[in-house]
Ligand binder design. Structure first.
Ligand SMILES: [Zn+2]
Ligand SMILES: [Zn+2]
Length: 250
């Protein structure tokens, strides 16, 4: 009875919150009922390159330097709320929620079919942005994924040493240019010959993952596979869709 009372008091003082929207949830719920209604898991068939549901994929073979990307969720409604919460509210429960889903999809799509990773790396942030925000959500996700999969998590190996404009304001082609040459491998000996698992929160055009992968490969990594918490689908990115129709190399 005393234990029950203690639990009840803890629940009142520190209520459990939905990792996606922050509303109060019961002890037996993972996410709130509203979010569970509009969270969209990526179901098969999925593109074996960009990780989108196949019917929304617009990529082509050889477009990316990474081998493959996989994601558990479509970047829509509930997942968007969760990403925002993780990015701007420093919510550890949101990171844990996404990180565990990412580790599950890595097991299912990569490690269960014999792809073994040497390390996990999060897409880095520029030091100015890191100072402003106080944390890098991609690195936090990479840490959880690494813990779940019992792999080494490397920080300060891949660094962003040049600032660029925010990617979400740009068209597909502009994103490619904007991100070019902004990353560097600070300790190439750490990743030489390695199969790297690269983590991020959202992938839209794939340009950021692609540039990170190129940088890692140029520094001697053997191959780069990606996992992102969410992936945008075409309906979520009208500017990119429009650009895709006008871009001959797509
Ligand atoms: Zn919720
Ligand atoms: Zn694709």
């Amino acid at each position: 009875m005393l234990a029950q009372l203690k639990e009840n008091i803890t629940d009142i003082l520190f209520p459990r919150r939905c990792p996606l929207c922050g509303s109060v949830i019961n002890r037996n719920e993972r996410i709130c009922s509203r979010c569970s209604k509009d969270v969209e898991f990526i179901r098969r068939p999925i593109c074996r390159t960009c990780g989108r549901p196949l019917y929304t994929c617009d990529c082509r073979r050889g477009q990316y330097a990474f081998v493959r990307n996989v994601s558990p969720l479509v970047y829509t409604r509930a997942a968007k709320r969760g990403i925002r919460r993780m990015k701007f509210n420093n919510s550890p429960s949101s990171c844990t929620y996404f990180g565990k889903l990412m580790a599950n999809v890595v097991r299912r799509e990569y490690t269960d079919i014999g792809i073994n990773f040497d390390c996990v790396i999060g897409v880095p942030m520029h030091s100015d942005d890191y100072r402003n925000r106080g944390y890098n959500q991609a690195a936090l996700l990479a840490k959880i994924v690494a813990e779940e999969l019992e792999l080494p998590h490397y920080i300060h190996v891949l660094v962003k040493y040049r600032k660029n404009s925010a990617q979400h304001t740009l068209s597909f082609k502009e994103r490619q240019q904007n991100i070019k040459g902004v990353f560097r491998v600070a300790m190439p000996e750490m990743i030489r010959g390695c199969t790297v698992l690269l983590c991020d929160d959202v992938t839209t055009s794939g340009s950021t993952l692609n540039e990170c992968a190129l940088t890692l490969l140029e520094a001697g990594a053997k191959s780069v596979y990606c996992v992102t918490a969410t992936v945008s689908v075409l309906s979520e990115m009208p500017a990119i869709k429009a650009a895709a129709f006008n871009t001959p190399w797509l």
